[in-house]
Design a protein around this ligand. Structure first.
Ligand SMILES: NC(=O)c1ccc[n+]([C@@H]2O[C@H](COP(=O)([O-])OP(=O)(O)OC[C@H]3O[C@@H](n4cnc5c(N)ncnc54)[C@H](OP(=O)(O)O)[C@@H]3O)[C@@H](O)[C@H]2O)c1
Length: 245
C-alpha cells in the first residue's frame, strides 16, 4: 500500500485530498498542527469507512515539530510515496508593498516557503525509498510572475507583498528541487488548486474543495511517464493546464 503525508490536512483542500487519496487506496498520514483537530478529521474519515489514516502533529513553521513528525513517521513506515506540501497561510487581507509590515511578510514566508523546504528536507530520505516518489507543492495561480506583468490577466490587480511573492518563491524552489532530483523517479510539481471556497478566503472562491483536491491528487498519482517541474493551473491556463511561471 502506498503512503502519503499531507500537511495542513485537518480541513479544507488538504482534508479533501486525504479523502481522495484514501479512496484511491493510499495509507494517509494526515498532518495537522493541532493533534486534536487532526484526530477529529481522522474520526470523520473513519465514519465514512476510510480507515487507512492516522493523524500526525506537524507545524511546518516549527522546526522542532517537523523533526518530531519525521521521528514519529519513521517509526511507522520506512517508505513515503507522496508528500503534499499543502499547509499555507494568506497573511493580512491587504498587503501593500510600501506599507506591509516585514514581520507579516516573514510570517507568511515561514509557512508557505521555509515550511515547505523544511518538511521536504526532513522527509526526503523516506521519499527516496519509494519507487515512484511524488512531491506536490501547493501553490497559487497568484504565484505567476509572468501573469502579474500581463495587464490583460484577470487577476492582474490582485497584488500583494507577502502571499503572491511567497508562492512565486515556492514555485522557484519547486524548479530547483525538481532539477536536483532529475534523473531519478521523482516527480516534483507545483499545483494551483484554483480559487476555492474555504476558510482561507471566507468561502469567497467559486471552486469546490473536491475539484481543488482532485488537482493535487492527480499530481500525486502521476505515472512514471508523467511530467516533473511543471506549474499546473487550470485557472491560469484553462486549455493546457500549464501556467507560465
Ligand atoms: N482556497 C483557495 O482559493 C486557494 C487558492 C490557491 C491556493 N491555495 C492554497 O491551497 C492550500 C490550502 O488552502 P485552503 O484553502 O485549504 O486553506 P485553509 O482552509 O486556510 O486551510 C489551511 C490548512 O493549513 C493549515 N496550516 C496553516 N499554517 C500551518 C502551519 N504552520 N503548519 C501546519 N499547518 C498549517 C491549517 O491548519 P489550522 O486548521 O490549524 O489553521 C489548515 O489545515 C494553501 O497552501 C493555499 O495557499 C488556496
Amino acid at each position: 500500500m502506498k503512503t502519503a503525508l499531507i500537511t495542513g490536512a485537518n480541513k479544507s483542500i488538504g482534508f479533501e485530498a486525504a479523502r481522495q487519496l484514501l479512496q484511491n487506496g493510499y495509507y494517509v498520514y494526515l498532518g495537522s498542527r493541532d493533534l486534536q483537530r487532526g484526530q477529529q478529521a481522522v474520526d470523520q474519515l473513519q465514519t465514512e469507512g476510510l480507515s487507512q489514516v492516522e493523524p500526525i502533529q506537524i507545524d511546518v513553521a516549527d522546526s522542532a515539530s517537523v523533526a518530531a513528525a519525521r521521528e514519529t513517521l519513521g517509526q511507522k513506515t520506512k517508505v513515503l510515496d507522496v508528500l503534499i506540501n499543502n499547509a499555507g497561510i494568506l497573511g493580512d487581507p491587504s498587503q501593500p508593498p510600501l506599507t506591509s509590515s516585514v514581520s507579516m511578510i516573514k510570517e507568511v514566508f515561514e509557512t508557505n516557503v521555509f515550511g515547505v523546504i523544511a518538511v521536504t528536507q526532513a522527509f526526503i530520505d523516506l521519499l527516496r525509498e519509494s519507487p515512484e516518489p511524488r512531491i506536490v507543492n501547493v501553490t497559487s495561480g497568484l504565484g505567476s510572475l509572468t501573469l502579474h506583468n500581463d495587464p490583460s490577466w484577470k487577476y492582474y490587480p490582485v497584488k500583494g507583498a507577502a502571499y503572491q511573492p511567497s508562492k512565486a518563491a515556492l514555485n522557484a524552489y519547486t524548479i530547483m528541487l525538481a532539477y536536483e532530483l532529475r534523473d531519478t523517479p521523482f516527480k516534483v510539481n507545483a499545483v494551483d488548486p484554483g480559487y476555492t471556497a474555504t476558510d482561507f478566503n471566507h468561502h469567497s472562491g467559486p471552486g469546490t474543495v473536491s475539484d481543488a483536491a482532485a488537482r493535487l491528487v492527480k499530481a500525486a498519482m502521476l505515472g512514471p511517464d508523467g511530467p516533473t517541474s511543471q506549474f499546473f493551473s487550470d485557472d491560469n491556463a484553462p486549455e493546457t493546464g500549464i501556467s507560465p511561471w
